[in-house]
Design a protein around this ligand. Structure first.
Ligand SMILES: Cc1cc2nc3c(=O)[nH]c(=O)nc-3n(C[C@H](O)[C@H](O)[C@H](O)COP(=O)(O)OP(=O)(O)OC[C@H]3O[C@@H](n4cnc5c(N)ncnc54)[C@H](O)[C@@H]3O)c2cc1C
Length: 404
């Protein structure tokens, strides 16, 4: 089976590797002239790691150096008081990785020469044709048995969907960075923790990296920030001042993390999500994975994990068709495989997208009284109320193979 994967992001690369290992003839078409470099870090929850193992990355993960474990992962108040703890068994199987290293690891799993850089896909048809401009600026049209849109939140493939909902602002913007030097992550309580701190309309999260440096993010609701969200990536002097002003009084190690970061290494962007859930992830010979299918808010740190779950699930749903000669996979047989993919993915993604959005609404409460009340309530909630959905999401397993 001849398959085009549009986009060499997390979902596209992982899927391409998984499909190739199962015998498919795969091309990855990526608009950027280089594979992703730079960027910050990403949290890989246990479900993301299981998806990677299912796609054949088990050995690469085992060889990768990850940070030594933190004692706990907690939600705290700006003064450093613990509000809730994340389930310890989920924390024990969660890893944080530099995005650049993740991309290199994923790309190393794809047969060389099959990732075509500088190829911008302009349009696709449900019959499986792809019109793209190659690295030399030449317009080309190629035909495939299946075209996978793994081209992120602004997906060109999704434009072939009737009523593509497009993106909407979530109402907050995020700074993200890696510190230049190692930082001690011990909090005011003496506990070496990772996690998030929730204030009034603002929050801050951090996690350790293998070399002692730390990954952190700061998120804020302010309308002024939203208005400035056009300035993506490097934050302006105003935005740096605002970051300092917002978090200078917060518990250790938050001000220390900001101070240990070179502003040139910071990324700043508005948080966006798909404006409406798609009713289906597939039509004709087209299928979507990752942010192209379900761009979500990052509040559960699950966008990348869900791209990987999509990739693992799609590879399994297509498995019995992948070694068929190009041109011989009927639309009926393909439809059955893609229907199974929809059935397995749509309900789970609706739930996770909604949970993530709701978590953002609660995290970004803006009136001082309301935020204090929220933190008070969080401290009193039974652990199970917080832990249960996190466990359920983390507990994902790849589906069984399709019966031939
Ligand atoms: C602040 C923030 C923090 C996050 N933290 C986490 C986290 O800790 N854990 C987690 O799991 N997720 C996290 N996420 C979400 C995660 O980053 C995304 O869900 C994930 O990167 C999506 O991967 P993808 O492969 O679907 O798309 P992308 O990574 O966006 O890749 C799409 C690729 O397609 C290419 N492309 C685009 N258009 C075209 C075209 N027309 N033709 C050819 N190629 C094209 C792009 O160049 C790109 O390489 C976070 C997101 C944000 C915003």
């Amino acid at each position: 089976m001849r398959i085009a994967v549009v986009g060499a992001g997390i979902g596209g690369l992982a899927l391409a590797a998984g499909l190739q290992r199962r015998g498919a003839d795969v091309f990855v078409l990526e608009s950027s002239p280089t594979l992703r470099s730079g960027g910050t870090a990403i949290t890989l929850a246990p479900n993301a790691l299981r998806a990677l193992e299912s796609l054949g990355y088990g050995d690469a993960l085992a060889e990768h150096p990850f940070a030594v474990r933190t004692d706990v992962a907690a939600q705290r108040s700006p003064s450093g008081r613990t509000l809730t703890l994340l389930p310890s068994e989920v924390l024990a199987r969660t890893r944080v990785m530099l995005r650049e290293e993740l991309h290199l690891m994923l790309a190393a799993g794809v047969t060389s020469g099959r990732i075509r850089l500088g190829c911008r896909v302009e349009s696709v048809t449900t019959a499986g044709t792809v019109r793209f401009t190659d690295g030399n600026g030449v317009a080309r049209t190629w035909a495939f048995d299946l075209v996978v849109g793994a081209d992120g939140a602004h997906s060109a493939v999704r434009r072939a969907w009737p009523n593509d909902p497009g993106l909407q602002d979530a109402g907050y913007a995020a700074w993200r960075a890696i510190t230049r030097e190692p930082v001690d992550l011990t909090g005011p309580d003496g506990i070496h923790a990772a996690g998030e701190t929730w204030g009034n309309g603002a929050r801050f999260g951090f996690a350790p990296l293998a070399d002692g440096r730390a990954y952190w993010f700061a998120v804020e609701t302010d309308a002024l920030l939203k208005a400035r969200c056009e300035e993506r990536d490097a934050p302006s002097a105003d935005l740096l001042q605002r970051l300092d002003a917002l978090f200078s009084g917060w518990h250790a190690p938050i001000p220390q993390l900001i101070a240990a970061t070179d502003p040139a290494d910071m990324h700043f962007s508005p948080v966006q999500e798909l404006a409406r859930d798609l009713p289906t992830f597939s039509q004709g010979r087209l299928v979507l994975v990752g942010d192209a299918a379900h761009a979500m808010t990052p509040n559960l740190a699950q966008g990348g994990a869900q791209s990987l779950e999509d990739a693992a699930t799609l590879a399994i749903c297509l498995d019995h068709l992948l070694t068929e000669p190009p041109g011989l996979v009927s639309t009926d047989r393909l439809r059955r495989a893609l229907d199974r993919y929809d059935t397995l993915r749509l309900p789970r993604l609706r739930e996770i997208t909604r949970l993530s959005r709701n978590l953002g609404t609660i995290a970004h409460l803006r009136m001082p009284g309301a935020a204090a009340l929220r933190n008070f309530a969080l401290r009193r909630l039974p652990d199970s109320r917080i832990a249960e959905p996190i466990r359920r999401i983390a507990d994902w397993r790849p589906p069984p193979p399709t019966c031939r």
